[in-house]
Design a protein around this ligand. Structure first.
Ligand code: PEP
Ligand code: MN
Length: 338
């Protein structure tokens, strides 16, 4: 259920409503928007008579949420979520954020060269995997924590935030000092124990859509994180598996406006995994920005063909620089900046 408070509702009135909701047996999630406080009640709300809340002082309206994702749904934050980071960057505002970096962190020179390139292109976030979910157990599995130390150092030297994939609960704690945003990859997007644990963390989470996931399943996975009180979730469209074999995955551009309609959470477009092909990355990056993506996630490498993972979809640094220049034109055309 959603209780929308009046614009001028006092803190005392808000607390009184929260108390009444808790007495009725629901747990309350509060969001304080620019003009209005919204209280979402989750739990056994079907049996509750909403009339008892409608008459409380300061309440504007009360309604049930018909969708299964109560906190990830638009109604919880009608004005949209902006996820803010310590370097002043944000994801979900007017500016389309640039997240770029290698698929995997390989060595010091690689990661420092890339960090400088991301910064020079005007990017705010650096990505790079240290724990890699490879399809084959014989492929490069990542450098682990020493790799994250390298990326953190390179990012800090260039004023960038870091995003990196977490694969299991035991990695969260040791990763904490080196990551500004935890990525949950396509293969783990329904690892509900991991999602619950990330709900307890007070750092943003970038949640990728699963390889065969519906948009509703993506939003329900976000709900697992949010139910723990971590509302800083960024969704990511990274392509789904279809019968098409011309590309590695089929990048579902339409997921971007669908998510924008159903949810208040920001959504990133990942044309690198979305297509799996270097030549297809720029056009699909442009399509994602045109469709309303709040961030764009691109794999780059100074020696792309020799990248330790995902080489075929990785852009060379000059290709990335050119793409960013082109994306700025698209962003302007759709009323955004980049
Ligand atoms: C990645 O970002 O390198 C990655 C493994 O992504 P995905 O989970 O989308 O395959
Ligand atoms: Mn990759």
């Amino acid at each position: 259920m959603i209780v929308a408070m009046q614009e001028n509702a006092t803190e005392d009135q808000i607390f009184a409503v929260i108390e009444t909701m808790e007495e009725a047996g629901v747990s309350v999630h509060r969001t304080t928007g620019a003009s209005q406080t919204i209280l979402a009640g989750v739990g056994p709300t079907a049996k509750i008579d909403l009339g008892i809340f409608e008459v409380l002082p300061g309440v504007e309206n009360v309604h049930r949420i018909s969708v299964p994702y109560k906190l990830a749904g638009r109604a919880f934050r009608p004005e949209g979520t902006v996820v803010k980071f310590p370097n002043g960057a944000s994801i979900g505002g007017k500016q389309v954020a640039i997240i770029a970096g290698p698929c995997a962190i390989e060595n010091r020179e690689q990661i420092f060269t890339i960090a400088k390139c991301v910064k020079d292109a005007g990017g705010q976030f650096m990505r790079g995997g240290a724990f890699k979910p490879r399809s084959s157990p014989y492929s490069f599995q990542g450098l682990g924590i020493p790799g994250l130390e390298l990326m953190h150092e390179a990012a800090e030297a260039n004023g960038l935030m870091t995003i990196t994939e977490v694969m299991e609960i035991s990695q969260i704690e040791p990763m904490m000092p080196y990551t500004d945003c935890f990525q949950v990859g396509a293969r783990n997007f329904q690892n509900f124990n991991l999602l619950r644990e990330l709900g307890q963390v007070r750092k943003p989470v970038l949640l990728k859509r699963g390889i065969a996931a519906t948009i509703e399943e993506l939003l329900l996975s976000a709900e697992y994180i949010m139910a723990g009180g971590n509302y800083d979730v960024i969704l990511c469209e990274r392509g789904i598996r279809t019968y098409e074999t011309a590309t590695r995955n089929t990048m579902d551009i339409s997921a971007i406006p669908v998510v924008k309609k159903l949810s208040h959470l920001p959504i990133a477009g990942d044309p690198s995994h979305g297509t799996g092909r270097r030549d297809m990355v720029p056009p699909m990056a442009k399509a994602a920005v045109a469709a309303g993506a709040d961030a764009i996630l691109i794999e780059i490498h100074p020696n792309a063909d020799k990248a330790a993972s995902d080489a075929a979809q990785t852009l060379y640094l000059d290709q990335f620089q050119k793409l960013i220049t082109e994306l700025r034109v698209i962003a302007t055309a759709v009323g955004r900046t980049l």
